[in-house]
Design a binder for this molecule. Structure first.
Ligand SMILES: [Zn+2]
Length: 356
């Protein structure tokens, strides 16, 4: 063992984890491309400049490529992007499944009615028909509730993964507050929506049971009614919070994409961000306009009807605007899926470049 030390011999950094706090004279001991010109900076001092394009080596090191990051970290990011993509596609699949399921169960509910009539102690045929319909309607309600829980759990898990902190980044160079806000909002909104789905389900089951009785009292209907109303209101709050989560989410994506220079994802993320926010803004503006217009029509003594004069023109404009805004919302949704699908694909390629 010979630990012969030369005082002015620069140290060589063998892995990115050793970069923070290393002196500027330290040599880069692993492959790392210049982020301006792709020149391999290995062997250069970290305080030096790229011999090809003269950009500082530290600039390239700060914006470290995910290709050279911790393999476990890249895999967590990939699973996050995958979960978010699947979670965004699932509601589309859900619509395709729920519609035929509702039709089938509603049809079978009526078809089973005569059998129920023979087994029920109630003499009213109409009552038993209604009872069997509501009990069979519980199947789509269960499917819908389980589906909601699955989608929102996946959403929270996906964002939890995508906001994982890079183990090689020093606390000083990584700004984690937006990532943590994104994660917190994803978990909070998912939790609200899961609880709201369960409450909505419980409310509709109680309501279904009460409706099956010959004469449910107004007081007994009030409790499940209130449960459903609270569930609906909290869902609305959660959806508004999701807009904020979207803002932080895209911010998180834009922190990752410069570290995957291929695919032009940073520009695409910025485009999806501004397109979606303008669409949401336009949509909220339209809803506000409808409230103003409907409100104006009902002000006592104003005598204005939404269909008269200027109101009629406004109504036609709003219908046109609503149509365009709806198409824009669908486009935003498709772009959101596209962004995360592309991120997932790019992260998969990054994982292949850096085997665990
Ligand atoms: Zn260069």
């Amino acid at each position: 063992m010979n630990y012969e030390t030369t005082p002015n011999q620069p140290i060589t950094i063998e892995k990115p984890a050793d970069l923070p706090g290393a002196p500027m004279s330290s040599l880069l001991g692993y492959d790392h491309p210049c982020l301006e010109c792709d020149y391999n900076l290995r062997g250069l001092a970290i305080g030096a400049s790229c011999p090809e394009c003269n950009s500082p080596v530290t600039d390239s090191l700060k914006k470290r490529l995910l290709r050279y990051a911790d393999p476990q970290y890249i895999r967590k990011l990939r699973s996050g992007a995958r979960c978010i993509t699947i979670c965004a596609i699932l509601p589309l699949v859900g619509f395709c499944v729920m519609i035929p399921l509702s039709i089938v169960t509603a049809a079978s509910g009526f078809a089973n009615a005569p059998i129920t009539t023979t087994t029920t102690s109630s003499g009213f045929t109409s009552t038993s028909t209604f009872a069997s319909t509501t009990s069979s309607a519980i199947v789509p309600a269960i499917v819908q509730t389980v589906f909601s829980i699955a989608v929102w759990s996946l959403f929270a898990f996906g964002w939890y993964r995508l906001t994982t902190q890079d183990p090689n980044r020093s606390a000083a160079t990584s700004n984690t507050s937006s990532g943590m806000a994104c994660r917190g909002l994803a978990i909070a909104t998912s939790s609200i929506l899961i609880v709201a789905a369960l409450f909505g389900f419980a409310g509709s089951v109680i309501l279904g049971q009460l409706s099956a009785n010959a004469a449910p009292s107004a007081a007994s209907m009030a409790v499940p009614g209130a449960i459903i109303a609270i569930s609906g209101f909290s869902s609305l709050i959660a959806y508004l919070l999701l807009i904020v989560q979207f803002v932080f989410g895209i911010k998180q994506v834009k922190r990752l994409t410069p570290r995957i220079p291929a695919g032009g994802l940073t520009k695409y993320a910025a485009f999806v961000f501004w397109f979606t926010l303008s669409t949401i803004g336009a949509y909220l503006l339209m809803v506000a306009l409808i409230f103003v217009l409907v409100g104006a029509a009902f002000i006592p003594g104003s005598g204005a009807s939404p269909m008269s004069g200027l109101g009629g023109v406004a109504l036609i404009l709003m219908i046109m605007f609503g149509f365009i805004a709806s198409i824009a919302i669908i486009a935003s949704y498709a772009m959101y899926i596209g962004l995360f699908a592309r991120l997932w694909s790019q992260l998969s390629k990054t994982c292949q470049l850096n085997p665990a």
